[in-house]
Design a protein around this ligand. Structure first.
Ligand SMILES: Nc1ncnc2c1ncn2[C@@H]1O[C@H](COP(=O)(O)OP(=O)(O)O)[C@@H](O)[C@H]1O
Ligand SMILES: [Mg+2]
Length: 279
């Protein structure tokens, strides 16, 4: 009896190892760990533009399914940090690990696991239809045509774009463009979403749409970093916050943790104390 039991336990352990190594091989990810708790590890990330140190040894971690906000004033280094994480800009030093892949040595793998929605213009091609705009991004992420067709159908339903999915984007209303931009950012079903000031310059209902989209991404288990300079936005959406000032991360934690460290002050007061103009 005991022998049989030992035998079964051994088989179970060996099977787990085989599955583990198979997953590592399949994903070509030698750091594969199915308990990747910290889906994002940022390790001393630094960017220098000539004399200016835009991002200075920034380190933080974000767990799977968490929303982390980078809160900072204009010029603090938010966009530069996010552009490095999006593989659009090479770090001067430091690195990050996204979904187990190294930003500096495995940028291709990182790119296919991140979705990007940067504020400002939606960046759609006016002469392409909504579907073509989405497909273009899918192809950039190595999606195959059959898979893309299916995914676009799914996204068309999700965002109620049936009426205009095959129309050119040039004459779309802002709301329509926004939906296409949302769909495009998740066409390849990324694990990690990067939002750079996603609501800056938008009107009230457009802001609401963005917030809903971000919370939907979270509900689907995506890990999210967003940058903002709006306290209320950060308070409403985020699990944890990093306050960035002159390229340095000067505080991080949940709102409750930050308040505990600062005698129960409001987030706004803490922010002004750590990263206000006079600092
Ligand atoms: N391409 C660039 N060349 C030179 N300096 C830059 C460049 N991009 C950003 N900077 C500088 O880096 C600092 C951080 O900018 P940025 O990351 O855009 O801040 P934020 O997004 O928080 O407003 C600023 O001082 C900015 O002027
Ligand atoms: Mg910016």
């Amino acid at each position: 009896m005991i022998l049989v039991l030992t035998y079964i336990i051994w088989i179970y352990i060996i099977k787990r190892y085989i599955v583990h190594f198979w997953k590592m091989f399949q994903t070509r990810n030698w750091n594969y760990d199915k308990k990747v708790k910290n889906l994002l590890k940022i390790l001393g990330l630094t960017k220098q533009f000539g004399e200016v140190t835009a991002v200075d040894e920034v380190s933080f971690q974000v767990s799977k399914g968490e929303i982390f906000a980078l809160l900072g004033e204009n010029g603090a280094g938010k966009t530069t940090t996010l552009r490095m994480l999006a593989t659009m800009l090479q770090p001067t030093s430091g690195t990050a690990e996204l979904a187990g892949y190294d930003l500096v040595t495995q940028p291709e793998q990182v790119r296919s696991r991140i979705g990007i929605l940067f504020g400002g213009e939606s960046g759609l091609y006016d002469r392409l239809t909504a579907a073509e705009n989405i497909a273009y991004f899918g192809r950039l992420n190595n999606m195959e045509d059959a898979q893309l067709r299916e995914r676009i159908q799914e996204l068309t339903q999700t965002f109620n774009m049936e009426e205009y999915i095959y129309r050119r984007a040039g004459k779309f209303s802002k709301g329509m463009k926004q939906k296409v931009a949302f769909a495009r950012s998740i066409v390849h079903n990324p694990d990690i979403m990067l939002f750079d000031e996603p609501t800056s310059g938008l009107d009230v209902s457009a802001i609401r749409n963005v917030h809903e989209f971000i919370l939907d991404c979270k509900a689907q288990g995506k890990t999210i970093i967003l940058s903002s300079h709006t306290m209320s936005e950060v308070e409403k959406l985020c699990d944890r916050i990093g306050i960035i000032h002159k390229g340095r991360l000067v505080a991080q934690g949940s709102i409750a943790e930050l308040q505990e460290q600062h005698q129960g002050k409001s987030l706004e007061d803490i922010f002004v104390e750590l990263a206000g103009e006079k600092r």
